[in-house]
Design a protein around this ligand. Structure first.
Ligand SMILES: C[S@@+](CC[C@H](N)C(=O)[O-])C[C@H]1O[C@@H](n2cnc3c(N)ncnc32)[C@H](O)[C@@H]1O
Length: 345
């Protein structure tokens, strides 16, 4: 299946066929899926392509917009003209300059800060059907311009000090917003459905989500085996989450932090190592009447055996499916890392 590139930390894009194969081999039958930690929406997208009804959930609202763009906005509803119009100041409209005023030299160049200010405010005036697609195009462009596609470090200098002009990343970072908007609008129109699948999107923390489905897919944040300071999803993507609450950004910036972290959307459920087993136990109990499919890695905390024990408290049968090695090429510590799917029936 042809799938959009996601640029998201922990995306399961490369594992989808293997997850699907594991469910097929174990003859798991289901019509509906609750994708509780939906992220990029790629798992939901794959399941929807395979005819399943979907409930997508993520605690970060910018992710929900990305999912809405991919799953709930019909092909052709957002055009290249729409994308280019977003980049222009509209006559008679008053613009704030919140990003330019507060994030000078933090994540983007001053020209780019100004563009982000304009685009976010223009999106507010769009008709509902186009909004998610507009956010998709903005967020993908913002991510691709960042070193490592992340926001937990102030490291614009990595980009601007890089001298080799033809080095791959440098070329990617320096693409204009205009070119990127055109690229991502084209991509979105390639992947959006012509006839929309059966999809519902919710934006809450997993333990607060009161939806149910035949199969619950659980892809929580991971912790490394050894105790170390935790970088949460909110730390990694606070800037994009902040853009969803544009006018409120100045009230939520943590000015003690070098990276000017924006506090909106912060949530520690499943992001605290010490509470992880307890959170998971509560979640599995809540969905004890559904099929459970939990993704994790062999190099994480808790161990696969500990995770299986939690699932076994509420499910009669479990299958541990090893999906192969997916270590990061440059990180030798991770060379043995295997992705795992634990199924609970
Ligand atoms: C490993 S990623 C999921 C990746 C996703 N399966 C994909 O392929 O793109 C974990 C996701 O959980 C979300 N998250 C973190 N804590 C959460 C919570 N308590 N409830 C719901 N979502 C949460 C994060 O925002 C992140 O998108």
């Amino acid at each position: 299946m042809n799938l959009p590139v996601t640029r998201y930390y922990g995306s399961k894009r490369r594992l989808l066929d293997k997850i699907w194969a594991a469910l097929t081999i174990h003859q798991i039958e289901f019509n509906s899926v609750l994708d509780l930690f939906g992220g990029t929406g790629i798992v939901s997208y794959y399941m929807a392509q395979n005819g399943k009804s979907i409930i997508y959930n993520d605690v970060l609202s910018f992710n929900c917009e990305i999912a809405k763009a991919l799953l709930c906005s019909p092909r052709g509803s957002f055009t290249e003209t729409d994308a280019l119009t977003l980049l222009q100041r509209e006559e008679g409209r008053k613009y704030k300059s919140i990003i330019a005023d507060n994030f000078n030299q933090v994540y983007y160049t001053p020209d780019e800060d100004e563009i982000i200010d304009i685009v976010v405010q223009n999106i507010q005036y769009l008709e509902d059907e186009k909004k998610a697609s507009a956010y998709y195009v903005l967020f993908q462009s913002c991510m691709i311009k960042r070193p490592f596609n992340l926001f937990h470090r102030k490291n614009l200098n990595l980009r601007t000090n890089f001298v080799k002009a033809n080095f791959g990343n440098k070329v990617t970072w320096e693409q204009s917003f205009k070119d990127l908007f055109l690229k991502f609008t084209k991509e979105l129109n390639e992947f959006q459905f012509e006839i929309l699948p059966n999809v519902e999107i919710t934006n809450t923390s997993a333990l607060n989500c009161c939806k149910h489905a035949d199969l619950v897919y659980i892809d929580t944040p991971y912790f490394p085996k050894r105790e170390s300071s935790t970088i949460t999803y909110h730390n990694r993507y606070h800037f994009l989450e902040g853009l969803m609450y544009y006018a409120e950004i100045p009230n939520h910036i943590d000015r003690r932090k070098v990276n000017m972290e924006i506090g909106v959307g912060k949530n520690l459920e499943f992001e605290k190592r010490s509470n992880y087993i307890r959170d998971l136990d509560e979640l599995i109990y809540k969905h004890r009447n559904s099929i459970i499919a939990l993704s994790y890695t062999t190099e994480g905390y808790p161990s696969i055996q500990e995770l299986e024990e939690v699932i076994r408290k509420y499910k009669q049968t479990t299958h541990i499916c090893y999906l192969g090695k997916h270590g990061f090429a440059l990180n030798r510590n991770n060379a043995e890392r295997q992705e795992v799917l634990i199924i609970g029936l």
